[in-house]
Design a protein around this ligand. Sequence first.
Ligand code: RB5
Length: 143
Amino acid sequence: MIALGSDHGGYELKQELIKHLKERGIEFKDYGCYDDKSCDYPVYAKKVANAIISGECDRGILICGTGIGISITANKFKGIRAALCHDTYSAQATREHNDANILAMGARVVGVGLALKIVDTFLDTKFSNDERHIRRINLIENS
Ligand code: RB5
């Protein structure tokens, strides 16, 4: 189950993402926002982070205007590893190396086509399970 969240800056891209996930038959929960009225990105970052921490969802996707505020907020929560990615190389690497559990993107930074490719890469790439990456993730989690 994938948790989705955005502020107003990411709302339209989230709607495109919802269509895309439906086409791919991937289950998701949309934690808002639910329209393009101005709102506060930390609210939605927190909802998605908690959905992952509680085990309700496996991974999350967060979108704001830049992806910065929403990823900064998500990374305040213990156990969350949110990666801000605007290219597919980073999306693949952050799954393989960091076992990132949230993908963050900026809707004012990437176009829809690239954003959906980044999402597919993030969702389709497994953690490497390499000892050195496990060690580094443990260092993050215990810091
Ligand atoms: C909202 O205007 C904008 O500040 C927000 O979407 C995001 O880019 C913050 O980091």
